[in-house]
Structure formats: C-alpha cells, structure tokens
Design a protein around this ligand. Structure first.
Ligand code: HEM
Length: 412
C-alpha cells in the first residue's frame, strides 16, 4: 500500500472516532517515540479509527488495550494471520511457498493452549535462570570490547549481539553463524520491506534455519530445537512445518524486543545520571528499574482482527476490522499510572502491559528480564556514568515494534 494512501471511512465508524495516525510512518513517532505517544494520549480518543494502513482501529488507553488483549474470542490473532496470507495469495497465487505460521502467537485458544505448552517449558523461570552466568560472561565480553574507547553505538555493540548470541545458543544453532544471523535480523526487522513483504521474510528466516532444524532431529542435544523435536503436540508427533513455525516465531519475538528494551533503558539512563548513581549505589533496585523502564517505554505493537461485532472504547467495531494494540499508550496512560512520565520505582501499580496480557502474554519474559537486568547491572558496575553523544542523536523506526536503530553513548 502506498505510504500516504487513505482508506475511505466505513459507514459504521462515526466521525468522532476518526483520528489520522500512521503507526508505521508517523514522523513524530520516528523522531521521538514516547513523546509522540504522550501527545497522542492528550489529543486522540483512547480508541480511534485511522484511515492509514488499510483503515484500522487503534487501542491507546490502558483499559482498552487490556480489554483487547484479554478477549481473544473477539479480538482474534488467527484471523489476523489468515487475512495476511489471503492477501499474499492474491498477489502470487501460483508459486506461493509455504509461509510459516507464527505459533503460538497467531493462533487463538483452544489450539493456542496446546501450542504454547512446549515453549512454556523451554522458557520457564528455571530454564531462564540457567542462562544467567552465560549472559553475564557475554555481556562482560561485549563491554570489554568498548570500555577503553570511551564511546560506542550501543545497539550494534551490545544490545544486538547479546540476545542474538543467547538465542543461537539456547536454540542449538551454530554460534559461528552469528554474523549471518545479525544480517538476517536487520533484513527481517527493519521496515524497508514493508508489512506486505513480511510473509516472504518469514519464509527467508525458515530457509536459513532449515538445515539446522533438521540436524537436531537425529542428533538431540540439550537445546530447544532438540526438546521441541521430542514433543507431541495435540497427541501427534512433531512435524518439520511446526518446528519451522516455532523457530521463526522465536527468532522474531526474542530478538528485536530485547534489543529495543535495552535501547530505551540505556538512553533513559544516559539522560539521567542521578538514576545511574542511585542504581550503582543500590543494585538491588535493578529488577524494579527493569519493570519501570518497560512500562515507561513499552514498544511492541501487536495486531488483531475483530472476529465478531463488538464495542471498544465506546465505539462499535465490525467483524473483519483491523485493531492495532498500542502498548506504548497503555504504559503512559495517566488514568492508570499517576505522573506517567516520572520514573518511579515505588509506584503502587507495577502491572504494565509491555509483555502483552491474557493468554498470549510473553512466554520469553523470564529470559528477557534476566538479559535486561544483567546488562544494566554489568554496565553500571563496569562503565563510568555514560551520556548521549550530542553529535549523534538516536535514530528510531516505527512499525510492529517502535525500535531504536542507533544510540551513541560516551563516558570519560
Ligand atoms: C523485553 C523483551 C520482550 C518484550 C517487550 C516482549 C513482548 C511480547 C508481547 C507484547 C507479546 C504478546 C504479543 C501479542 O499479544 O500478540 C509477546 C509474546 C511472545 N513473546 Fe515476547 N517479548 C520480549 C522478549 C521475548 C523473548 C526473549 C522471547 C523468547 C526467546 C519471546 C517470545 C515470545 C513468544 C513465543 C510469544 C508468543 C506467546 C503466545 O502467543 O502465547 N519474547 N512478547
């Protein structure tokens, strides 16, 4: 779809629900993401309809986002994926390759329940804890590589190599292919290809992983691919298609997210030397700081399709409508979080939606938390106070993740 193309307002959308906002290309969002989110919370309804991106509802407020995430029978993830694939089939009906299905995030209950079980085990708090020493070692190596130069571009130096290496290691993929996987992360996760091309990008990830997935079938080790091969799903033996589906989702869900959570937090710390000092003096505050960073700078933008006519935010939504679930708005909604821009470790309400909510709530959150806590702890203990490089401002992009592309920091 052309960048500025507007979709005509359907009859069931009242004028007062219309607000023009392009969550993929909005200039304000790309210039300074959460400042723009605050502006939206001030000016837009808590649920609105935008003519951009094919016409879509956007849930912006905490309660509305929470409701959308919890009502899986009304706000469907399966239907969303089905529509995407149908659209693609219209473009290339004859020679369409198999497009990986993002299980379990793109399936609704009850199938979702069965599909999620294997991952819940692989990413349990205990499995995540087992990664801790390795994560700390890796973080130290990455810090070693930049400490003496007194500056770095944080995303490429630390935020990206860390989760990509952890991912390869946990999955049982060859760490020697790190450079190739980082290339793939860039190709798949930056928006130059546009959302229309996403299914083909998913195919590319599956093709890259294929040989290694197969290799684990007959040579089981202590890794997630081997564990998944050993499982039955819904009483049936594992298939190569389903292995591919799991692996592609873990690639998409586990990398870009951790990278950006780190990006926003390290930027916030760079702008707040007093907070750095306070966390250095008392590192036991770091776990709470991780949660407050995630609330303050939520950045994942899940999508749904309306499966049956319903109400949200006082408006009538019709079956088939798209819904953009804008988690970044929920975290900054002052109806839920008093003084939402303040970084406050003693908040009464700590329940943020950065990891989603309801049945699809992030299965990788224990691992993510350990990665985030470890990076902040090691950076605070090993680097002096860091600040933003005034000559090189941060760069961002928007889409299904509001992402930090570049973050230059310096220290003395
Ligand atoms: C700070 C880092 C992370 C954030 C903010 C995050 C956020 C999210 C969100 C918002 C969802 C829900 C999506 C929806 O409702 O459509 C989700 C689901 C998911 N995440 Fe994460 N995630 C993070 C890290 C990870 C990691 C490290 C992994 C694994 C390696 C992971 C794996 C998954 C999976 C498999 C799902 C689907 C769960 C389901 O559908 O039941 N995530 N994540």
């Amino acid at each position: 779809m052309a960048l500025n193309q507007l979709t005509e307002k359907p009859g069931h959308v009242p004028e007062k629900a219309v607000f023009d906002f392009d969550f993929r290309h909005d200039e304000g969002l790309i210039a300074n993401p959460h400042r723009r989110v605050l502006e939206l919370l001030d000016t837009a309804p808590k649920v609105f309809w935008t003519p951009r991106n094919g016409g879509a509802w956007v849930a912006l407020g905490f309660e509305e986002v929470s409701e959308a995430l919890r009502q899986t029978e009304v706000f469907s993830s399966s239907m969303r994926q089905r529509k995407e694939i149908e659209a693609l089939m219209k473009l290339m009906p004859d020679d369409m390759p198999r497009i990986p299905q993002l299980v379990p995030v793109s399936v609704d209950p009850p199938v979702h329940t069965e599909m999620r079980k294997p991952l819940a085990k692989a990413f349990s708090p205990k499995s995540a804890m087992k990664q801790m020493d390795k994560i700390r070692e890796l973080t130290d190596q990455l810090i070693d590589a930049v400490v003496d130069q007194k500056h770095c571009e944080f995303i490429s130096a630390i935020a990206e190599p860390l989760p990509v290496t952890v991912f390869l290691d946990m999955m049982g993929l060859p760490v020697e292919r790190l450079a190739e996987f980082r290339e793939l992360v860039h190709e798949v996760l930056i928006p130059v290809h546009g959302p229309d091309n996403m299914p083909m990008m998913l195919r590319k990830v599956a093709d890259t992983l294929k040989d290694d997935i197969l290799a684990r079938k007959d040579d089981r080790r202590d890794d997630i691919l081997s564990a998944l091969w050993g499982l039955e799903v819904d009483g049936k033996p594992m298939t190569m298609d389903l292995m591919e589906d799991y692996a592609v989702l873990l690639f998409i869900a586990g990398l870009d997210t951790v990278i950006n959570a780190m990006g926003y937090a390290v930027r916030h710390l760079a702008e707040n030397p007093d907070l750095q000092a306070s966390l250095r003096a008392d590192p036991s505050q770091i776990p709470d700081a991780v949660e407050e960073m995630l609330r303050r700078y939520s950045f994942v933008v899940p999508m749904r399709r309306v499966a049956e006519d319903t109400q949200l935010g006082g408006f009538g939504l019709k079956e088939g409508d798209q819904l953009v679930v804008f988690l970044a708005g929920a975290g900054l909604d002052e109806r839920k979080f008093e003084n939402p821009t303040e970084f406050d470790l003693s908040r009464d309400s700590k329940a943020h939606l950065a990891f989603g909510g309801g049945v699809h709530r992030c299965v990788g959150m224990h691992l993510a938390r350990i990665e985030l806590q470890t990076v902040y702890r090691q950076m605070l203990s090993r680097l002096p106070t860091w600040r933003l490089d005034p000559a090189k401002p941060p760069k961002y992009h928007a889409g299904n993740v509001i992402a930090v592309d570049e973050l230059h920091i310096r220290w003395d």
